[in-house]
Design a protein around this ligand. Structure first.
Ligand code: SAH
Length: 356
């Protein structure tokens, strides 16, 4: 126990560990150690962000996808999916409703859908930018070309979420078909940063074939990337994917990783994700208590929501936007935190390549 506590001390002081130290700390975690970690993580989060929790309005733009990721319910081979695309009008209605509820960040997420060319996305982004000049526009549309990232940034997008999924190249290969590589995913993240986006990355906890070493590599990669936001959540099997029979990722390990991320990158934004809320009724609350400070309620029109199923039993699929917002707000308030009307910028900003 003492040796593990001293690793947590080191992490808190130096904001980094070596690969073998990460492995030791994660492999030898205990409930008592987790408790100590969460207390430190809550203190660090409190020092930078107080008791404020930022909300992001998630708009699931399309469930068409040209990719075939083995874990994902909207992979192209899944013929059970009723495919949909939101029109510009529908997206703008989601933004309007979200704005009225207090959202100041809109996240447009979707499968990799070739229908959404730059020519289609640019006018939509410009319209949102024009109507909501004080809101952040976040995109999460998978891998695109550098030119496309640049064009969408110039149209008014500020942030891009692209989880690296797993930093280990071999492990990445076991979760995706050959056309997708860890190298190109990571290159995209560096390109997005270079363009000037605030970047979000992250990984699934307990994805098939994941080892503790892989998690250690995820920590090292994220330290190097130094993103503004890190989204992690447990892997949850989807019945119509090749991984339908695989074990889901654990609540306890996910919470432990959230605590570690908070100590490694004190100012990073950490969402308590929908998948965390799916594996445990109070998963999002527990995520906040472990060090998270963001939640992403769903603004997608209720008639198409049930078709954006990345995994089984996803929460909130029959809700209206108002319900998703209320449920999240009540959960946060029940543990003594507040939802704030704010863009919720990351304090993890780099000026001229230097971390402030
Ligand atoms: N097409 C976009 C958005 C992907 S969906 C992109 O490529 O980034 C957003 C995230 O959901 C993924 O990055 C993945 O980490 C997560 N996800 C997908 N399937 C999942 C599953 N079965 N269990 C848990 N998380 C999953």
């Amino acid at each position: 126990m003492d040796q593990r506590i001293s690793l947590i001390n080191k992490l808190e002081e130096h904001h980094n560990l070596t690969k073998s130290e990460w492995v030791d700390l994660i492999a030898q975690r205990t409930p008592q150690l987790a408790e100590a970690l969460f207390q430190r993580a809550a203190k660090v989060r409190q020092a930078h962000y107080g008791r404020e929790v930022y909300i992001r309005g998630l708009i699931e733009l399309t469930n068409y996808c040209k990719q075939d990721c083995l874990y994902c319910g909207i992979r192209r081979s899944n013929k059970e999916v009723n495919r949909y695309r939101l029109s510009d009008q529908e997206v703008l209605e989601c933004c309007k409703e979200g704005y009225e509820l207090g959202f100041r960040t809109f996240v447009l997420q979707g499968g990799e859908d070739p229908f959404y060319t730059d020519e289609r996305l640019i006018p939509l982004i410009k319209k949102i930018r024009y109507l909501y000049p004080q809101c952040a526009i976040t995109l999460s549309l998978g891998e695109r070309s550098k030119e496309s990232y640049q064009a969408l940034y110039e149209a008014g997008a500020d942030r891009y979420l692209l989880r690296h999924e797993t930093a280990n190249h071999e492990h990445y290969g076991k979760l995706h078909l050959d056309n997708l590589t860890a190298k190109s995913r990571q290159e995209s993240l560096w390109q997005l940063k270079e363009i000037g986006y605030e970047v979000g990355s992250g990984f699934m906890v307990g994805s098939p074939y994941q080892t503790i070493e892989n998690l250690a590599e995820d920590m090292l990669f994220l330290k190097e990337l130094n993103p503004q936001m890190i989204g992690i959540g447990p892997f949850i099997p989807h019945h119509a994917t090749p991984f339908h029979h695989q074990k889901p990722g654990g609540l306890e390990l996910t919470l432990f990783m959230i605590g570690l991320l908070r100590l490694m990158l004190p100012k990073v934004l950490l969402p308590a994700t929908t998948s965390l809320g799916t594996i445990a009724g109070d998963g999002r609350e527990q995520g906040i208590l472990a060090g998270a400070n963001v939640v992403m309620p769903n603004l997608t029109p209720s008639i198409v929501r049930k078709n954006y199923l990345l995994y089984d039993d996803k929460i909130g699929t029959s809700d209206e936007a108002l319900d998703s917002y209320k449920v999240a707000k009540e959960a946060i308030e029940s543990i003594g935190y507040q939802v704030v009307v704010s863009r919720g910028n990351s304090l993890n900003v780099e000026i001229c390549g230097k971390v402030t």
